[in-house]
Design a protein around this ligand. Structure first.
Ligand SMILES: [Zn+2]
Length: 331
């Protein structure tokens, strides 16, 4: 799952983006609309198939009014790593969704490569990742989501102010979830605790590693945690933050601090160890062998997670405690 950042962080991001300059992607991909899927895979009735967002700036390009409320067919075409699925009618795909698929197409290779590079895992054996384009204007803060253990990503074209490059960042994020699930199957044996870890990795891939995104570095991550924790006055365990963020195990109602934590743990995991991504990849491999989260982290980092509590201090040798100091400069 990937949600839009809260207002303060969005302002900081906009500043960073201006400083970085707009990334350009090459164009010219060829559309390959070759097959019609089973019509029984119709658009869910809860989907809002009204006019696609046609605002200004980077989000312009989808023609308003082209989406049909009567869409009952999914059309698709295949790219190197993804099958792009576009709603339409029996006579063809919806033109404005298709235009978005075409625009996002240019960023898919970078999205997949970012996830694969960090995790050291691909989607081997599972084929192309199904990517369903939908439009839900009632949830403009939700950019996209995946299905646990599945091979499907859903992109919300109604998300506010998203460029094609931004959707690429969401694809990188969701792809990290899919590859992590397929490699480790941790969602199956520890589904509640898995939430913070999979989100941490996914946010790091989408927001820092994906080359056409925010490229969020230490200063950004540190500022986010400082701001939403009130400089450490507010604390939440990684376990509860992840569970609330992904609504698992009976938890729900994520706070801004919960979201700030799932967004910043991954950068810490990628940079705290001198092994860099190697530590993440070691952890992934230990998880793939069936180890628990804490066994895998201990073997990869020399520290258990401390995920269940908020104890921190010089003598508290957990990753949680080190994370607090890493970003706040105090316990
Ligand atoms: Zn996510």
């Amino acid at each position: 799952m990937k949600k839009r950042l809260a207002a303060w962080a969005a302002v900081l991001l906009a500043t960073l983006l201006l400083a970085a300059g707009a990334a350009q992607a090459s164009t010219g991909a060829t559309l390959r609309l070759t097959s019609l899927l089973d019509p029984s895979q119709s658009v869910d009735a809860s989907y809002d198939l009204g006019a696609l967002y046609a605002g200004g700036g980077a989000s312009a390009g989808a023609s308003a009014g082209a989406a049909s409320a009567g869409a009952t067919y999914w059309w698709y075409y295949d790219t190197t790593y993804y099958r792009m699925l576009v709603p339409g009618t029996s006579s063809g795909p919806n033109a404005s969704y298709l235009m978005w698929a075409y625009l996002i197409d240019d960023y898919l290779s970078a999205a997949y490569s970012s996830a694969r590079a960090v995790l050291g895992a691909d989607n081997g054996g599972y084929g192309l990742i199904n990517t369903w384009l939908y439009y839900d204007s009632a949830n403009r803060d939700l950019l996209g989501y995946y299905t646990y253990g599945g091979n499907d990503i859903h992109l919300n074209l109604a998300a506010s102010n998203q460029s094609a490059a931004d959707y690429g960042a969401t694809m990188a994020h969701e792809t990290a979830h899919v590859l992590f699930d397929h490699k480790t199957h941790l969602y199956d044996r520890d589904p509640v605790a898995e939430a913070w870890l999979t989100e941490a990795l996914a946010y790091y891939v989408g927001d820092t590693v994906y080359p056409y995104g925010y490229n969020a570095g230490y200063s950004y991550n540190s500022a986010v945690l400082k701001y939403y924790s009130d400089n450490g006055a507010q604390k939440s365990s990684w376990y509860e933050s992840g569970a609330r963020y992904d609504s698992r195990g009976g938890y729900s109602g994520a706070t801004a601090l919960d979201q700030a934590q799932v967004e910043t743990i991954g950068y810490f995991l990628a940079n705290y160890s001198s092994e860099g991504w190697g530590a993440i990849q070691d952890m992934v491999n230990y998880l793939a062998q069936g180890q628990s989260i804490d066994s895998a982290l201990t073997n990869a980092y020399g520290l258990a997670s401390g995920q269940m509590g908020t104890d921190s201090g010089e003598g508290v040798n957990t990753l949680y405690s080190k994370y607090i100091y890493y970003y706040l400069g105090h316990y």
